[in-house]
Every structure is written in structure tokens, then in C-alpha cells.
Write a protein that binds this ligand. Structure first.
Ligand SMILES: [Zn+2]
Length: 140
């Protein structure tokens, strides 16, 4: 189960809406406890995809590394990556699967006509052949 606290979720939502009609991407930092993973901080990152970003995002190794370092400095772990789907549902696409890492949670935020619609969290398997839906909770 992935729990996202209200403030980081508001940041993700605002980022997804601001990036519309492009895809946004960011890191989710937090802690893993006995009752699962809790995201305490969302860090918007740069979509470094060349050309159209309407249905594509790319993360540079530099920004991933920076997010990982920031997490450690704050005593947190990098728990996952979020990105948005402009005018599409929050499913996990073939492209998403191809660019996934099995040790992260992947939250997809659906933005329709510029407004946040819904979100899902996905857990890709090690072979990058499928992603299972993870229970997602927005909490205080
Ligand atoms: Zn996607």
C-alpha cells in the first residue's frame, strides 16, 4: 500500500495541472514503516523528453540522482516516481512499463481538460512485463 500525505499530494496535483497539456514527472520521497510506504514529500522534476511531451516523459539520471541524494539528506527514501497522463486515464502504458524500475511505486495522475481527474499507483514486476495496481491512499 502506498500512502501519500495531503501536502505532497497537493503538490503532485498542482504540478500535473500546471504541466498540462504536457506530462509532468517527479519523485516521491518518504519512509517505509511496518504499515507500508508513506510519501511525505513530492519533488517536481524536469521532463527532459525531446519534442512533444504530451504523451511522453523522460527523466535524466542527474535529476534522479539529485532526488535520491535529497531524500537521504532528509532521512527519507526515494519511494517512487509520479507522472501525469494529459487527457488519458491513469493506466500504466507499455512505454511506462519499459521505463520502469521494479523497486519503485509509479503513481499516474490523470488530467482531463487541464483538471486533475483521478490517480492510480502501479508496481512493475522485475521482468518489466506487467504492473500490478497498488492500493493508494491519500491521508492526513
Ligand atoms: Zn505514462
Amino acid at each position: 500500500m502506498l500512502r501519500i500525505l495531503r501536502i505532497p499530494f497537493a503538490v503532485m496535483r498542482a504540478h500535473a495541472e500546471a504541466a498540462y497539456p504536457n506530462e509532468c514527472v517527479g519523485a516521491m520521497l518518504g519512509k517505509t514503516g511496518p504499515d507500508g510506504k508513506t510519501v511525505g514529500l513530492a519533488m517536481p522534476l524536469e521532463n527532459s523528453a525531446e519534442g512533444s511531451q504530451h504523451a511522453f516523459y523522460q527523466l535524466s539520471n542527474d535529476s534522479l540522482l539529485a532526488a535520491d541524494m535529497a531524500a537521504r539528506q532528509m532521512g527519507m527514501d526515494m519511494l517512487g516516481i509520479y507522472h501525469s497522463h494529459p487527457d488519458a486515464d491513469a493506466y500504466f502504458s507499455e512505454t511506462d512499463l519499459k521505463h520502469s524500475c521494479p523497486w519503485y511505486s509509479f503513481v499516474v495522475l490523470s488530467v482531463k481538460s487541464g483538471e486533475y481527474d483521478h490517480s492510480n499507483s502501479w508496481l512493475p514486476d522485475f521482468e518489466q512485463t506487467r504492473a500490478e495496481r497498488e492500493e493508494l491512499q491519500i491521508a492526513e
